[in-house]
Write a protein that binds this ligand. Sequence first.
Ligand SMILES: C=C1C[C@]23C[C@@]1(O)CC[C@H]2[C@@]12CCC[C@@](C)(C(=O)O1)[C@H]2[C@@H]3C(=O)O
Ligand code: AKG
Ligand code: FE2
Length: 347
Amino acid sequence: MTTTFFSEAYRETPIHLRHIIPLDFHSVPTVPDSHVWPKSDAFSSDDDRFSIPIVDLNDPDAVKLIGHACETWGAFQVINHGIPLNLLDDMESETRRLFSLPAQQKMKALREPAGIAGYGIARISPFFPKYMWHEGFTMSGSPVDHARALWPNDNARFCDVMESYQKKMKVLAEQLTHMILKSLDISEQDLNSDILGLPYTVLQLNSYPSCPDPNRAMGLAPHTDTSLLTIVHQSAITGLQLFKEGLGWVSVQPITGALVVNVGDLLHIFSNARFPSVLHRAVVNRDRFHRFSMAYFYGISTDCNVSPLPKLLNISGQTPRYRSVTVKEYVVIKSKSFDEALSLIRI
Ligand SMILES: C=C1C[C@]23C[C@@]1(O)CC[C@H]2[C@@]12CCC[C@@](C)(C(=O)O1)[C@H]2[C@@H]3C(=O)O
Ligand SMILES: O=C(O)CCC(=O)C(=O)O
Ligand SMILES: [Fe+2]
C-alpha cells in the first residue's frame, strides 16, 4: 500500500543511479572530492548546554510536556515508551549486520529509480552539490523480498526483528499522535474520520561509516521529515543535530533506551505552524565510531487532505497559513522542490 503510493508519487521524479549507489566507504583511505563539503565550524557542536526536552510517558503531565516540546523545539526524547530494550538492541545488531555486507551484496537490494524501498543513498541527495557520508536501507511494509536478495539462506531473523519493530512503532506512533492532538485540545471526533485510519509508514535504517575527515564530510544533510512524526532510535554515538532558531545546531545526546521524536511537515501544517517541523542533520565521526540510526516515519492516510485543523483555527482565531493539499500532492511537491515545499503551499 505505502509502496504503491510512493512509487506513483515518485514516478515524475525518478532518481539517477549516481544518486542511489553509495560509495564503498571502507575502500577509500581519504574523503574523495565528491564527498568534501565546504569547511565550516558549524559542523562541530561541542556546546552541550542545550538539549531537547526528555518526556517520560508515565508522567501525569506528559501531554502538556509533549505539547510544549513540539512548540518550542519541534522534537523531544521519549522514555518509558514501552518498546523493549532488547528489541532496540536487536534492531541495532541487524542493522549493523546488513550494512556490514560486502558492497556487491548490498547492491542486490538496490532501490529502483522511482522506488522507495531498498538500499541506497538518501532520496534528497540530488538537491546537494556533494554526496553524503551515508548509506540507507528503506522498508515500506515487509522487507522479505530485499532480505532474500541480501541473505538467500539467512534472512528470517532480520525480517522478524524488522516486522516486530514496525508493529511496536506503529502503536507508539498512534499513542504519541493522540497525545499531541490532545495537547492541542483536538479530539478524534474533531478530525476527518479516516485521516488516522490507514497511515503510511516507512522504516529507514541509516549507516554513517567512520570517516577519515569528519569535519569535511556530511552524514545526512539538513532536512525536515515528510511525515506527521518520525521516531528515531540512534546508536550510542552522537551525530544527530537539530537546528534551533537563536541557538544554531544542537546535538541530541544519545540516552540508552530513549527514542527521539521529530515533528514532520504534515504535523507542522495541521498545527498551522504552531509546531515547527524540525530542521535536522547527521554529522559523522572518526575511527571506530560507525553510527547507525533507525527512523520510523509515520504519516496519515494517503488519500486524505492535509490542511490546518479547522478546530484549531476556531479556537485560536487564526487564519490558515497553508492551503489544503492531498498527501500525494505534498509528497510530489517535496520530491521536486525539497526545502521550498512548505513555502509553495503557504497562503
Ligand atoms: C517517506 C519518506 C521520507 C523520506 C523519503 C521517503 O520516501 C523514504 C525515505 C525517507 C528519507 C530517509 C532519509 C532522510 C530523507 C530526507 C530521505 O532522503 O529519505 C527522508 C525522506 C523525507 O523525510 O522526506
Ligand atoms: O541519523 C539520524 O539520527 C537522523 C536520521 C534522519 O534524520 C532520517 O532518517 O530522516
Ligand atoms: Fe530526518
